[in-house]
Design a protein around this ligand. Sequence first.
Ligand SMILES: O=C(NC1CCCCC1)N[C@H]1[C@H](O)[C@@H](N2CCCCC2)[C@@H]2OC[C@H]1O2
Length: 327
Amino acid sequence: NDGSVTASPEDAYDSEYLCPVSIDGQTLALDFDTGSADLWVFSTSLPSSEQKGHTLFDPSKSTNWKALSGYKWNITYGDGSGASGTVGTDVVTVGGTSVSGQAVEIATKVSSAFVSDTANDGLLGLAFSSINTVTPKAQHTFFDTAKSSLSSPVFTADLKHRQLPGTYDFGTIDSSKYTGTITYIDVDTANGFWEFTGSGYAVGSGSFVSSSIDAIADTGTTLIYVPDAVVTAYYKQVSGASYDSSQGGYTFPCSATLPNLTLGIGSYHAVVPGQYINYSPASGSKCFGGVQSDSGIGFSIYGDVFLKSQFVIFDGSSTPRLGFAAK
Ligand SMILES: O=C(NC1CCCCC1)N[C@H]1[C@H](O)[C@@H](N2CCCCC2)[C@@H]2OC[C@H]1O2
């Protein structure tokens, strides 16, 4: 029951990656999010003003749909976006991986950021089921439901930079998708995230600075959010860079040459190419950086700007761990 599904960038800046997911034959484009644990979809139960432009799941058209009476969900994400609604179970298929009895959370309310993100029909959470928001009983993620039917209890992310589709694979580690060896690091699941301790950083050709960085691997977050010491060291090497409070982050002249950012994972040095850190135009001739401060978040976030530079293994065995390799 192993499977592989394409992950297509939603826009020219790789703001998010969307994957086709079939719910009893109804196919929606979902944002696979290793930073949350709810599988929720735009539905015919939303007010029509919030449905516009999205593909909707209609449970009344599903023969395998089973409503969970009295069950509800309500989620708020780190960017302030959120959604809420009701719950049922159905057959969910991702690439070749099909599971029955999967909790599918029907949106009856979504925040404006989701309404306007018309390519996005919902989220498929891939964090640990301990942070699923369904009450009165938390539900399993798609990966947890599928795990026992996979050749190996793993999924991998091979996201790409700019305009290229990548893949999420379930159940196998495809050795054609990476070079060299895989470096594994322990994961602390206490907060429900794929959380680990990074070993430090380097900017461009500069020397590596050893420092413990508490971080999560989050496919649902676009950028890299790291401690101020890293951010300051990085933009010191970018002429014309500055913190722009009106943009809410560091910007620099779009013509700037950006240094690579190396992030340590154990003894492995993961290199994020400088070009990946020119995230998008901000205003005028300034561009918005793909590396920003993690202050106020509580931990660092290695989001898509980082993850797309690597081949990443999310190992859900009894001792969960993360694997990273160059590609
Ligand atoms: O909130 C975060 N990350 C935070 C970013 C700031 C620093 C803390 C973490 N990720 C979310 C992302 O923004 C959402 N967004 C919705 C609107 C369209 C774009 C995507 C989408 O839903 C869940 C996840 O993905």
